[in-house]
Ligand binder design. Structure first.
Ligand SMILES: *[C@@H]1O[C@H](CO)[C@@H](O)[C@H](O)[C@H]1NC(C)=O
Ligand SMILES: *[C@@H]1O[C@H](CO)[C@@H](O)[C@H](O)[C@H]1NC(C)=O
Length: 395
């Protein structure tokens, strides 16, 4: 199947390369270019699916899967398993002064894409610059493996790592979970599960990079303001969440309109999920409040599943949130998920958890994992990555 995708991919890569060359010179100008290219990518996937060549998901997965890199003089990079979960381990080569800090990294890609090869640059950067052992978790992907498969793999691998930390020269009391996008969702869920467990050392910290944390409201200000901003359109955010949960996205339109949540459930979570908790300075750029459409019980039989914190960590009880470790949250202004991050920041702060918040005023979704991607680097992405490294070094 992948073979048949290769030709359009080559054509596409040529096209992307040409825009990257332009973008490298002019990061600000990249935005309109990206706007033009990414929809094309998804459209091309749809077209291929229609003509029966390969599925849209298989196509995008192929494009975003990454590739094997050469060796790194400063790191020992090896593939292995933690329990049954495949992982890639990045260890600094320099002899350590003592036990190192450890970072388990959960990659982004909407729970559908990405893997062991897809976040090579940022894992290497974090391992090198923070002098920690980084373990990238190759969790199972949807739609083949639906929720909670990815979450369980991340949890099992993290526990396994904590129990065997000495084997990697890591201090088990100095382990941080970290993830971008869907990986930020997984990191938040794993953190909550491990909070308050007495049989394991506490996590040292959690690092959430533009995480997706809820599925109740896809009309918060950031979703509205950035609905057509790449790399994550509003409808893609819904598409990913539904595939993770159900393995399909048949009722995407209804979810976009808010018909998937019964009124009592909406009311119950208003205290945590509502535009009222977004500071006014973020409600600009043409934001219009949205009145959710009527609940459609015929399509959504078990809406209460969207209240499960392992799926939507923003909805965890205060008693859990209070026990969370010191946190770092990165948000981007041009990102539908900005408000998920802002709302979680508020929940952590309201519960007395120390939060370091880094907001990229000119950032867009995906900017961190694009670091040094095909020679492309956005200065703002580099600043974001350095703020993560500084946070880790300061722990
Ligand atoms: C944890 O790791 C960080 C980063 O390497 C280091 O600065 C810090 O001293 C470590 N903390 C402890 C308690 O060992
Ligand atoms: C994860 O751990 C649970 C409980 O320890 C176990 O039931 C499950 O099979 C494990 N899953 C994987 C993928 O290792």
């Amino acid at each position: 199947m992948a073979f048949f995708c290769i030709l359009p991919v080559i054509l596409l890569v040529g096209f992307i390369a040409s825009f990257i060359l332009t973008a490298a010179d002019c990061p600000r100008g990249a935005r309109p270019l990206l706007t033009g290219t990414l929809p094309l990518l998804f459209e091309q996937g749809k077209l291929l699916e229609k003509i029966g060549v390969c599925s849209e998901i298989a196509f995008t997965r192929y494009v975003f899967s990454g590739w094997k890199r050469g060796s790194d003089p400063q790191l020992r990079v090896s593939d292995s398993r933690l329990g049954r979960v495949p992982v890639r381990v990045y260890q600094p080569r320099a002899p350590p002064a003592g036990p190192r800090a450890g970072v388990t990294f959960f990659h982004g890609g909407g729970w559908l894409y990405g893997g062991i090869d897809s976040h090579e640059n940022i894992c290497r950067y974090i391992a090198r610059e923070s002098n920690s052992v980084v373990v990238l978790i190759g969790y199972r992907l949807a739609p083949e493996h639906k929720y909670p498969a990815a979450y369980e793999d991340c949890l099992n691998a993290t526990i396994h790592f904590m129990k065997n930390a000495e084997h990697y020269g890591v201090d088990p009391a100095n382990i941080t979970v970290c993830g971008d996008s869907a990986g930020g969702n997984l990191a938040a869920a794993v953190s909550q599960t491990l909070a308050g467990r007495s049989d394991l050392p506490s996590l040292r910290a959690q690092v959430l990079i533009y995480p997706g944390l809820q599925a109740l409201d896809f009309n918060l200000p950031s979703y509205y303001q950035n609905r057509g901003v790449p790399l994550l359109f509003r409808e893609h955010a819904v598409f990913f969440m539904l595939h993770y949960l159900d393995g399909h996205a048949l009722h995407m339109q209804e979810v976009l309109e808010g018909s998937h949540i019964p009124p009592d459930m909406r009311l119950k979570y208003r205290k945590w999920v509502s535009p009222d908790h977004i500071p006014p300075k973020f409600k600009v750029r043409g934001y219009k409040p949205h009145k959710p459409h009527e609940f459609k019980a015929e399509f959504f039989e078990k809406p209460e599943r969207l209240g499960e914190p392992n799926l939507c960590p923003l909805l965890a009880e205060d008693a859990v949130v209070q026990q969370l470790p010191q946190s770092f949250i990165l948000t981007c202004e041009y990102d539908v998920l900005r408000d998920d991050g802002l709302l979680y920041k508020k929940r952590l702060e309201d519960n007395g958890v120390p939060v370091t918040w880094y907001h990229l005023e000119d950032g867009f979704h995906g900017i961190i994992s694009l670091y040094d991607y095909c020679g492309l680097s956005f200065p703002s992405g580099k600043r974001g990555l350095d703020s993560i490294v500084n946070f880790l070094k300061g722990l």
